[in-house]
Design a protein around this ligand. Structure first.
Ligand code: CO
Ligand code: ZN
Length: 333
């Protein structure tokens, strides 16, 4: 599974430009699903049919990653930019940006800026161009870029950019490869534009009208030096969401996930996320409402170019998705 995670996290996919990622996923799952289609917003929908008395389960993992868009190029060839998604300013100075055509740039701060006064408009990107004309040969106004960083295999733990949420995509891909004949019909949606407001999941859920919605996404941890109190740690299993800013998990869905972990010996932990949301926030408000929950992959350093996950946790999340595909949902939804 490491190879798939490496492949997915190295792909280019800022919000709105996820095509490279969805093309990759299409290749990875095409022999393991009954139908594959793409909708107007670019969501890749992989369908695996269940038995006739089964329900419709929508799984969502987002393909997009945070990034930047070029807003201005000055006479000396330096770029100014605007963030795409929740970009943390402390992660930027000295880091690199990569554009779709492979152009690389260094983010740095204006010379006079004090660290504590740092704001995004005090930062620029240097793509090695000496003039505006030279810069325009490599990038254009309105071009999207991502934060470039290579994948690193630390053993049981892996580090990469865009683990948020390529790790969720990898969990779904791996589950689809493992599930032979699901009880329920699975709509695995590799969603677009999550980082800018859960946009792809909204239209996909409307179109699919599922009986149950499950997002797979990263969550924060409380296990690093002086971390904010949070009862989620790397290596302690799949995190079952209780709530975040976008969703209060449906109690019966949350309990079902816990029961499946207990019955299957899958390590899990309960997650209360104080800020942030996932695609389940959009799914559960679709039409007359969809009972929804989230399976979270504990991740350190979220929204930095070095997001860290634990392989045991990832495996637990795959096991939970597989268990859910065959679960008895009578009395739950
Ligand atoms: Co995110
Ligand atoms: Zn995410």
């Amino acid at each position: 599974m490491k190879a798939i995670i490496e492949q997915l996290t190295q792909a280019f996919g800022p919000s709105g430009y996820e095509r490279e990622v969805t093309d990759l996923i299409r290749e990875l799952v095409k022999d393991h699903v009954d139908e594959l289609r793409t909708d107007v917003l670019g969501n890749l929908i992989a369908i695996k049919h269940g038995s006739s008395d089964g329900k419709k389960i929508m799984f969502a993992a987002h393909t997009d990653e945070i990034g930047i868009v070029v807003t201005y190029i000055d006479e000396d060839g330096f770029l100014r930019f605007s963030p795409i998604g929740g970009v943390g300013i402390t992660t930027l100075v000295g880091n690199r940006v990569r554009f779709a055509n492979g152009t690389m740039g260094v983010i740095y701060q204006e010379g006079k800026t004090e660290w504590k006064e740092l704001t995004l408009d005090k930062l620029y990107i240097d793509i090695g161009a000496a003039t505006k004309e030279e810069a325009l040969e490599k990038v254009s106004i309105g071009e999207f870029g991502i934060f470039h960083r290579e994948f690193a295999d630390l053993g049981n733990r892996l580090v990469a950019k865009s683990m948020d949420d390529r790790i969720g995509c990898a969990v779904l891909v791996e589950a689809l490869r493992r599930i032979e004949k699901p009880k329920h019909t699975l709509y695995c949606v590799f969603t677009t534009q999550e980082e800018v407001g859960l946009r792809g999941a909204r239209t996909a859920a409307f179109g699919l009208d599922p009986d149950l919605g499950i997002a797979l996404d990263v969550t924060l941890t409380g296990d690093t030096p002086e971390a904010r109190h949070m009862a989620v740690s790397l290596g302690k299993g799949a995190a079952i969401k209780v709530k975040d800013s976008s969703l209060i998990a449906h109690p019966r869905v949350k309990d079902l996930l816990v029961d499946l972990c207990e019955a299957g010996g899958i390590p899990y932990q309960m997650e209360v996320l104080e800020r942030g949301g996932t695609d389940a926030g959009a799914i559960h408000l679709t039409k007359e409402g969809v009972p929804s929950g989230t399976i979270s992959i504990p991740t350190r350093y979220v929204h930095s170019p070095s997001e860290m996950v634990d392989l045991g946790d990832v495996q637990a999340c795959v096991d939970l998705v597989v268990a859910l595909a065959g679960a008895d949902l009578d009395g739950v939804i």
